[in-house]
Design a protein around this ligand. Structure first.
Ligand code: TEU
Ligand code: CA
Length: 568
């Protein structure tokens, strides 16, 4: 296994709008981030993934970019960016930018020109199609934020494709001029000293054109509706070709870290895109474990929820751990700006919040791959008790409410419950720094409400508490730095059929670690498999006080108890 710094790193994701406001306008900004680099150093992370800070009309909070080479006015200036980057580097922390090049904003100069006339030189930077034979959109694709993925453009009498909002037109990667524009902007940021990229829905850039250039209908998963386009676009025919060109033209010239966001990715795509011989990226964000509480084919799509099953998590994680060994590398995440808070989703955000948040952290950092910690996850921050549409800011949730409640008359309580469980705004409420009003995030009115539980859940309180979630994350991150087996050790599950316990070994040469997690609120009987010859089991980390005299070979795990032991 080749050693690499990005395999040994822990990455921290910052959602700039909600991290720290510095000028009282209620919106996080770059000087705010610079003022909090000490927190990142204390936590011990090695890299920051910064969600988009480029100019944007914020239809999708920065994932709709109108100028790839300038900073969104609300976040500051390029000078503020350089100051932030210098502060991160001075603290030994690298920076990954968010590369959003499957689509731009419709306010980008390229699109303004492209939509003006069919013979404009920028017209082919985007994807245009005539109406279907019977009129209307060219195919049955549904946009991720609702409605058709095709928007009519009167000036040229044709539709343009947008897999997300209609203000996010898809870029045409078949066009070599567009591709070289992307490579140029990547050089621009890497040339400023940026250390890599998280690449937004990068597995969607190659569209599945038929021989006549047609884009075929997506598979029918919910009869009678438009169909999710993701099933048709997340593994196009030229994807690897484009990414290999990106590696040749840009990435190989820098010692950088890359992670490709890849909805619907399979382990096969993971191997294809991240193997160190013929691949192009260091790792992917795959979504299998993020779909375990969804109901396939539900008319509400992602909003149709069911409880997740531990056996499904074990099966999915084991497949990704096993199949990428020596043929790629895993990212490890439970949380980001698109997902509900993990302690609310997979643990218990009530009486067992602290111990279950620490269990989830131990689970994540005990696997093989690069862990990603999302802002607030290190505190055990929870979902938000949204009262109604007035509390929402995310286009995805707002559109869902409008379509389901205003459009189809669905039950308000059921729709609100789904948004409380799966809405992206859960992860976008302001970072909770202390117990003062607005949690120390802003002296003004925050762009989105601060979670009322910030009085108890905040950085200041957790710094002072040795048993806090924050201190557990610090110890875990330090442990990964001191234990090569946690980074490079081979994963092998044990007790695979246990309904409550997820346990595995990490073996590197003759070093054996045991990770054991009780994913439930009930005690669970742990029995070490007889074939493991063990005489000593020094404890490395735990989320409860552990009696050193306890016999590890057979004991009762407490609710949400998690530990890592060395087996000797
Ligand atoms: O997310 C892509 C993506 O798959 C998400 O839309 C996800 O499926 C959905 O949010 C689940 O609720 C990326 C960015 O992370 C997201 O914030 C953007 O909205 C999207 O792409 C478009 O850029
Ligand atoms: Ca601000």
């Amino acid at each position: 296994m080749n050693r690499s710094w990005w395999k040994e790193s822990v990455v921290y994701q910052i959602y700039p709008r909600s991290f720290q406001d510095s000028n009282g306008d209620g919106i996080g900004d770059l000087p705010g981030i610079t003022s909090r680099v000490g927190h990142l150093k204390t936590l011990g992370v090695d890299v920051v993934w910064l969600s988009p800070v480029y100019r944007s009309p914020n239809d999708d909070n920065g994932y709709d970019i109108s100028d790839y080479r300038d900073i969104m006015a609300e976040f500051g200036t390029l000078a503020d960016f350089d100051t932030m980057l210098e502060a991160l580097h001075r603290h030994g922390i690298k920076l990954m930018m968010d590369l959003v090049v499957n689509h731009s904003s419709d306010e980008h100069a390229w699109f303004r020109q492209a939509r003006a006339s069919r013979d404009n030189p920028y017209h082919d930077y985007y994807i245009w199609r005539a109406p279907a034979d019977g009129g209307g959109p060219p195919n049955n694709w549904e946009a991720a934020f609702g409605g058709s993925a095709w928007e009519w453009n009167e000036a040229t009498g044709e539709y343009y494709l947008h897999l997300f909002s209609k203000k996010q037109p898809d870029l045409n990667w078949e066009n070599p001029r567009l591709r070289s524009e992307v490579y140029d902007l990547m050089h621009f940021w890497l040339g400023k000293g940026v250390d890599g990229f998280r690449m937004d829905v990068i597995n969607m850039i190659s569209k599945p054109y038929g021989p006549d250039g047609r884009l075929p209908d997506a598979p029918v998963v919910k009869p009678g509706f438009l169909q999710p386009a993701f099933g048709a676009v997340t593994n196009g025919p030229r994807l690897l070709e484009h990414l290999r060109e990106m590696k040749r033209e840009v990435l190989r010239h820098y010692d950088c870290i890359t992670v490709g966001e890849a909805p619907c990715a399979t382990t096969r795509q993971g191997m294809e895109l991240t193997n160190e011989q013929g691949g192009a990226l260091n790792m992917l964000f795959q979504f299998e474990h993020m779909e375990l509480d969804s109901v396939p084919g539900h008319p509400w799509g992602k909003w149709g929820c069911k409880p997740f099953e531990l056996r499904d998590l074990k099966a999915s994680m084991t497949r990704w751990q096993d199949e990428l060994v020596g043929r790629g590398w895993n990212s490890l995440y439970l949380s980001n700006h698109d997902q509900p808070r993990p302690v609310s989703r997979f643990g218990d955000d009530g009486a067992q919040r602290v111990v279950s948040a620490k269990m989830l952290a131990t689970f994540l950092h005990g696997l093989q791959g690069t862990p990603y910690v999302y802002q607030g996850e290190e505190l055990g921050m929870t979902n938000f008790p949204f009262r109604g549409p007035e509390d929402l800011r995310d286009i995805e949730s707002i559109n869902f409410w409008r379509e389901a409640v205003d459009g189809r008359g669905e039950d308000r309580a059921a729709v609100l419950d789904a948004i409380r469980r799966k809405g992206r705004d859960n992860a976008r409420t302001p970072m909770q720094w202390d117990a003062t009003p607005n949690a120390g995030f802003t002296s003004g009115t925050p762009w989105i409400a601060v979670n009322p539980n910030h009085a108890e859940i905040n950085v200041a309180a957790e710094y002072d508490d040795p048993d806090s979630v924050f201190q557990h994350y610090r110890r875990l991150i330090a442990l990964r730095r001191s234990q090569p087996a946690l980074v490079y050790g081979r994963y092998r599950p044990i007790l695979a059929e246990h309904p409550q316990i997820y346990a595995w070994l990490r073996t590197l040469y003759d070093d054996r670690l045991l990770v054991v997690c009780n994913f439930t609120a009930s005690p669970a009987e742990f029995r070490l498999p007889d074939e493991l010859d063990v005489v000593r089991w020094p404890l490395l980390i735990a989320n409860y006080a552990v009696d050193p005299a306890q016999d590890l070979r057979c004991f009762a795990l407490r609710p949400y108890e998690a530990r890592i032991h060395r087996l000797q």
